[in-house]
Ligand binder design. Structure first.
Ligand code: HSE
Length: 332
């Protein structure tokens, strides 16, 4: 049995999803020879540490009842540096101004000899190559499947399943909130403010929903894709971005009458990075509805491969994080 020790840094929707998925899968994973032990959890108010493995069910209950997991006063950085462990799961909220606290947490993890798994877009949209280099310099694995497309295994698909192919271009819908807004406005003729509120109630919108509707969240994800797949060193500021705020119900209706839908499309290829609303034929593979995300990858050998799925959500995002944790468990 291989014991893999990890800490969850950030215990919001994603961190709790990771804890729930480990509770759900613990026995099945043991049968595969992997014993996942969470030895530290930190949220913004404090932490819990247990070298033998935290009781995740009671940590989740405490979080629900008290709004925090705190039992001890150590900071996230103390947990990252001082506990003996293999992996840091960095799932603090995205900050695209300076990437903090995620950037410092990930750097501290690599400097302390821990592999990193993250869903945190900010540090990768700002400093992707620095983080990758820091992981490589320390001989560690850096996995970030959950940063783009939530549950959709885009990086796994490109780096593993499509290994050997040259990737020519990528296009897709990488933001569930705007896709939900455009779908509901077109199909139900509901006003923008109403459907934005619905998206917020679904828990998929960013804390500041301008990041969604102005296309910034899509730009961050596109940059992470481009840096990882094309080896670029772009930041989200290099993306040519137009959001969805100027799209009127009349424009959506006109598109619909002509069998088109309007979608916020991200495109990367030939060094060009763009996010902008496009008219897409109603039956086109990119015309997925609701909160779905989709990525279409153009390759030289395999041709075009298109995958779609849930781009947000606590347990869906945890699916990608768990897959990254297991990759490290099997390959380190
Ligand atoms: N606000 C994001 C979205 C959440 O709507 O897709 C997932 O990154």
């Amino acid at each position: 049995m291989k014991t893999v020790k990890l800490s969850i840094i950030g215990f919001g929707a994603v961190g709790q999803g990771v804890a729930r998925s480990i509770v759900l899968k613990k026995e099945a994973l043991k049968k595969q020879g992997i014993d996942l032990r969470v030895v530290g959890i930190a949220d913004s108010k404090g932490c819990e540490v247990n070298a033998n493995g935290i009781d995740l069910k009671s940590a989740l209950l405490r979080k629900k009842e008290n709004g925090c997991v705190a039992k001890g006063a150590e900071s996230a950085i103390d947990i990252i540096r001082e506990i003996e462990q293999d992996i840091i799961v960095e799932v603090t909220p995205t900050n695209i101004e300076n990437g903090e606290p995620g950037l410092s947490n990930m750097t501290a993890a690599f400097e302390s000899g821990r592999h990193v798994v993250t869903s945190n877009k900010g540090p990768l949209a700002l400093c992707f190559s620095d983080l990758k280099e820091c992981a490589e310099d320390n001989g560690l694995i850096f996995r970030y499947e959950a940063t783009v497309g939530g549950a959709i295994p885009i990086f796994n698909l490109v780096h593993e399943a499509l290994a050997g192919n040259t990737i020519i271009g990528i296009e897709g819908i990488l933001n569930g909130t705007t896709n939900y807004i455009l779908t509901r406005m077109a199909e139900e003729r509901l006003p923008y403010e109403h459907v934005l509120r619905e998206a917020q109630e679904l828990g998929i919108a960013e804390t500041d929903p301008t990041y969604d509707v102005e296309g910034i969240d899509s730009a961050c994800k596109l940059v992470i894709l481009a840096n990882s797949i094309f080896g670029q060193s772009a930041t989200y500021r290099d993306v040519d971005v137009t959001g969805i705020t100027k799209i009127t119900p009349e424009a959506l209706e006109l598109a619909g009458r002509n069998n088109y839908v309007v979608k916020l499309i991200c495109e990367a290829g030939n060094g060009v990075l763009t996010v902008a609303p496009h008219l897409v034929p109603r039956r086109h593979p990119l015309a997925v509805g609701g909160t779905l995300n989709v990525a279409s990858i153009l390759t030289d050998l395999a041709g075009r491969i298109t995958i779609s799925g849930k781009g947000a959500g606590s347990i869906e995002t945890a699916s990608s994080i768990l897959s990254d944790i297991l990759y490290i468990a099997r390959n380190s």
